[in-house]
Write a protein that binds this ligand. Structure first.
Ligand SMILES: *[C@@H]1O[C@H](CO)[C@@H](O)[C@H](O)[C@H]1NC(C)=O
Ligand SMILES: *[C@@H]1O[C@H](CO)[C@@H](O)[C@H](O)[C@H]1NC(C)=O
Ligand SMILES: *[C@@H]1O[C@H](CO)[C@@H](O)[C@H](O)[C@H]1NC(C)=O
Ligand SMILES: *[C@@H]1O[C@H](CO)[C@@H](O)[C@H](O)[C@H]1NC(C)=O
Ligand SMILES: *[C@@H]1O[C@H](CO)[C@@H](O)[C@H](O)[C@H]1NC(C)=O
Length: 433
């Protein structure tokens, strides 16, 4: 499937450059698994105080939301806010939530950094099918996220290695994108003894600092995702671990991987754990150095206070103005297929209340629950795609405090052209996997 889609893409791209074919047209496509680096959640309405039999605009004070007002004392919410026309209404302008979670394949998406003081070996795994044999020309490990502080030493390790190259020599001076050039020498007579191309194969060629030699695993074609890896073994835990990886893959994308997973080997348990997964959605790959910076947890652009929404602590909470986005930078493209949030409990708010710890019917805490919102995703933080919008009706937030709502799905409509289809057959929508 991956192979046929890529083959199709190559054919179509060849056709697209010809003037005989019309320009590609974007078509709407339903997508259930967005894979963006940036997500932002914008609450657009708080529950506030809705009108009822006892709560109406005829009251002198304590009017519900939506009643026109002159001063804040008239409002049950305590806020008399102008709308865009300048007219003032009782409004509830604040939301509060305890926690937000993003999920993928029934597992919570990691939002904290992986502990980094117990790894004694590191490797890069191909996480996408490579149409031909995967070729890694150089691999470098670094201590800092900006790819400085090179880790030296260690022994090269790999899933498998060819003892030498195969079928043809490789022109290392070929320009970007080219694996084969007029200087490439092919063995085209299979009856002759197999010619060996000595500078290609063993894993040490990936870490020898020589850009004319490379590692090839023994995989079949396509070289399947999550089967082949190459790395360095230091045998003792490396304090601080690896925070950046530079990799030079083959110049021909048929021999380079679109998806890479950086993993660390735990000295104590012997298990490999994924530090980060990268998809070359927004950078070149194959024949160029890729700097892969390992995210150190989700970062928060608008306010560090928003970190309380992802701190796995239901007792801490985020208080924010309605309409202010909570923006999450996962550092790398991250797939989600569901999300949910937990409303907050603010212990200081009504200490006189007879409170069972769960309900908020009597003490007014529910007013800060978000009841309308939108969730957007972006790869570059400039172009945003709306994934879900709860914008026509109020969501009935459960009365239970500090407990998660049911899961919300992220089915959304995106507009894709043939150019948006990634080498492994995905669109900007992982549902096309
Ligand atoms: C990279 O990061 C390290 C550690 O934070 C810092 O000391 C160094 O100056 C940075 N280098 C560059 C070129 O920014
Ligand atoms: C990648 O890392 C190398 C080594 O630190 C540095 O010289 C280069 O400028 C980096 N490239 C980018 C695009 O950050
Ligand atoms: C690293 O090398 C040591 C010493 O040879 C060996 O015991 C260990 O199993 C190796 N670790 C990995 C992850 O290959
Ligand atoms: C959770 O948040 C509360 C309120 O901010 C804080 O008092 C408590 O120490 C936090 N718990 C943990 C385990 O961090
Ligand atoms: C506090 O809670 C009590 C009991 O639930 C309620 O009668 C009272 O109106 C609440 N006070 C405020 C300021 O919301």
């Amino acid at each position: 499937m991956g192979l046929s889609t890529s083959a199709l893409l190559v054919v179509l791209q060849a056709h697209l450059v010809s003037t005989q074919y019309p320009a590609p047209v974007a078509k709407p496509t339903w997508c259930s698994v967005p894979n963006y680096r940036f997500y932002r959640w914008t609450p657009t309405k708080a529950r506030g105080f809705a009108p009822s039999a006892d709560l109406h605009c005829g009251l002198q004070e304590g009017k519900p939301d939506g009643c026109s007002c002159v001063g804040y004392k008239e409002c049950r919410s305590g806020y008399c806010v102008p709308d865009i026309t300048g007219a003032t209404y009782c409004t509830y302008p604040i939301i509060q939530v305890a926690e937000i979670e993003f999920w993928r394949k029934s597992q919570k998406v990691r939002t904290q950094k992986v502990p980094d003081n117990n790894h004694d070996a590191f490797r890069v795994m191909s996480s996408a099918d490579v149409p031909q044999t995967w070729g890694v020309w150089e691999l470098e490990l670094y201590r800092f996220t900006n790819c400085s502080g090179r880790l030296v030493g260690g022994t090269a390790i790999s899933s498998s290695s060819r003892s030498h190259g195969f079928g043809h020599s490789i022109d290392h001076a070929a320009p970007y994108g080219l694996h084969e050039t007029p200087r490439t020498y092919w063995q085209d007579d299979p009856s002759l003894p197999k010619q060996s191309f000595e500078l290609h194969g063993p894993e040490m060629y990936a870490v020898d600092g020589d850009q004319t030699t490379n590692w090839y695993p023994t995989c079949q074609t396509p070289c399947l995702a999550d089967t082949q890896w190459v790395g360095l073994n230091f045998s003792t835990p490396m304090p601080g671990g690896v925070k950046c990886v530079r990799i030079l893959q083959d110049k021909d994308r048929a021999y380079a991987s679109f998806g890479l997973r950086v993993q660390g080997h735990r000295h104590d348990t012997g298990a490999w754990e994924t530090l980060a997964s990268f998809s070359a959605a927004t950078w070149e790959y194959g024949g160029v150095w890729e700097n892969l910076s390992i995210p150190q947890g989700v970062s928060f652009y608008a306010s560090r206070g928003h970190a309380r929404s992802l701190d796995s602590n239901l007792s801490s909470s985020v208080v924010e103005l309605v309409g202010t986005p909570l923006e999450f930078d996962f550092g790398v493209e991250t797939e989600i297929d569901a999300w949910r949030f937990a409303p907050a409990k603010e212990p200081s708010e009504n200490n006189s209340a007879i409170h069972d710890g769960y309900t908020c019917e009597n003490d007014g805490l529910c007013a800060r629950d978000p009841v309308q919102w939108k969730l957007d995703g972006s790869l570059d933080r400039t172009n945003w795609v709306t994934l879900t919008a709860q914008d026509t009706a109020d969501y009935d937030v459960p009365i239970f405090r500090q407990a998660f709502t049911p899961f919300f799905s992220v089915d959304h409509l995106v507009s894709l052209t043939i150019n948006d289809i990634w080498p492994d057959g995905r669109g900007k929508c992982a549902a096309r996997r």
